[in-house]
Write a protein that binds this ligand. Structure first.
Ligand code: SF4
Length: 326
């Protein structure tokens, strides 16, 4: 069946095969990052509300479970913006754990809601928290992340450090560099001090490899990326820079991909839903969704012919992105 709030699994170099839950339904975020791969933020807000109710999400997840799919490595709370803005977060985490007690729950966040102690308490129930922090220089933070008024990067950094003191799970921090926006020496020095205090379980320093919101948002050169990775003691390899060259293999290494038959609407829906959340290459889709490469290309061709996709070359890779009004 087609789902509104479940997408993927998508493959992530950081957490493996991840089944995504969309907690927002729309592009709702407390930031409007220049590099955002889901497109411009439609609702720039910092208030928390049940943008999608826990009941609606958990009902879909229960149906997905009944369909007997191959289990992912992790269930990730995300969506088209900042998932922690969903005030039903505690019910959603609790409900997911009840349905899949053996799977870890991961939460993607831009960390801005974590300045609220109540939010930090709620996130203690997750197993992996994946915050992002791009700049601790206030002017750079405003330029690259374009946050809601009143959000200060130093407050967000302090909130993360507070959270680290109590959280028993893993923290995977991501820093995304955009040329001329946040790759300054001043930021590197501040981020170095912050990372050493936070001591996350993993740090990923990445640059744009997928199409972002603004054409002017460009990747940094490999030398700069390398310098930052070394300075922050980051992981050598991430899904953004080394996960896209593998074929469609299952977790045990055997080829478990399925082929798409003409009119296979389930595969069509899964590929469409996945591209709505994240631009991807055909190989990434094939690997994560366990659909043959040829099958993925058939669906991509259909979507392209109906004008629903934009195509962008990034290095040697071709990324397919769903048009916001596609
Ligand atoms: S990249 Fe993340 S934090 Fe930035 S606008 Fe997109 S969804 Fe929001």
């Amino acid at each position: 069946m087609g789902y509104k709030y479940i997408f993927g699994p998508v493959f992530s170099g950081r957490i493996g095969r991840s089944l995504g839950l969309d907690l927002l339904g729309k592009r709702i975020c407390s930031m409007d990052c220049v590099y955002c791969e889901v497109g411009a933020t439609e609702f720039l807000v910092s208030e928390r509300r049940p943008y999608v109710s826990a009941a609606a999400i958990l009902e879909e997840l229960a149906s997905w479970k009944q369909e007997g799919h191959l289990l992912p490595d992790v269930i990730t709370l995300g969506g088209l913006g900042e998932p922690v803005l969903n005030s039903d977060l505690p019910e959603i985490i609790g409900g997911v754990k009840k349905l899949f007690p053996s799977l870890p729950v991961a939460v993607l966040t831009n960390a801005t809601p974590m300045t609220d102690p109540e939010v930090r308490r709620e996130l203690l129930e997750a197993d992996i928290v994946l915050p992002s922090m791009d700049s601790l220089v206030a002017s750079e933070f405003r330029a690259v992340n374009r946050p809601c008024k009143g959000i200060d990067p130093e407050d967000v950094a302090k909130a993360l450090i507070e959270f680290r003191k109590e959280f028993k799970g893993k923290i995977f921090l991501e820093v995304l560099l955009s040329r001329g926006y946040n790759d300054s020496a001043e930021n590197l020095s501040k981020m170095k001090a912050f990372c050493s205090e936070l001591s996350p379980d993993r740090i990923d320093v990445v640059t744009l490899s997928r199409p972002g919101t603004l054409e002017v948002a460009l990747p940094v050169d490999p030398g700069t990326l390398d310098l930052w990775k070394k300075a922050l003691d980051a992981a050598p390899c991430t899904d953004r820079d080394c996960g896209s060259d593998e074929g469609a293999k299952g977790r045990n290494g055997s080829d478990t991909s399925v082929h798409v038959q003409d009119g296979d609407s389930a595969a069509f829906d899964r590929i469409q839903a996945s591209l709505m959340r994240r631009p991807q290459t055909a190989q990434q889709l094939s690997k994560a969704l366990e659909i043959s490469f040829d099958g993925v290309m058939q669906v991509i061709e259909k979507l392209e012919n109906s004008g629903k996709l934009t195509v962008r070359q990034a290095g040697d890779e071709i990324y397919y992105k769903f048009k916001p009004d596609g």
